[in-house]
Design a protein around this ligand. Sequence first.
Ligand SMILES: [Zn+2]
Length: 148
Amino acid sequence: MRTPVVARWFDGEGDGFRLLGTRCASCAAVFFPREDGFCRNPGCAGGELVEVALSRRGRVWSYTDGRYRPPAPYVSDPELPWEPYTLIAVELAAERMVVLGQAAPGVTVADLEVGMEVEVVPGVLDEDPGEPSTTWTTWHWRPVGVGA
Ligand SMILES: [Zn+2]
């Protein structure tokens, strides 16, 4: 069973995979993580919040090695040694926002440069071998033109 680690933050498969945010119908501000309660723009009287798919591609704004345990919704077992991973902050031009995410497996900081184009791809956060087994899905960022 494949289960999103957080509900309604992303959807789709393959090239159709997208992060989902919400956009205020009044001021057009876009929120990710999605905001379904009220518009957080202090200059806005508030409007209907409509689900929108975020841009599939963005540019690396910053990146780092994750050498610490990230906060929820990242799942980690405190009993296990922490495995470092690569974390990328990606600037989405159309939404004028920065979205964090892990790099796709095999992508290290040595592969990244600020300004490099990356795209969002489906990823696996964790696998629970229980009965029934569960694959926790998430999003990853991958340099454009790398991998399949
Ligand atoms: Zn608004």
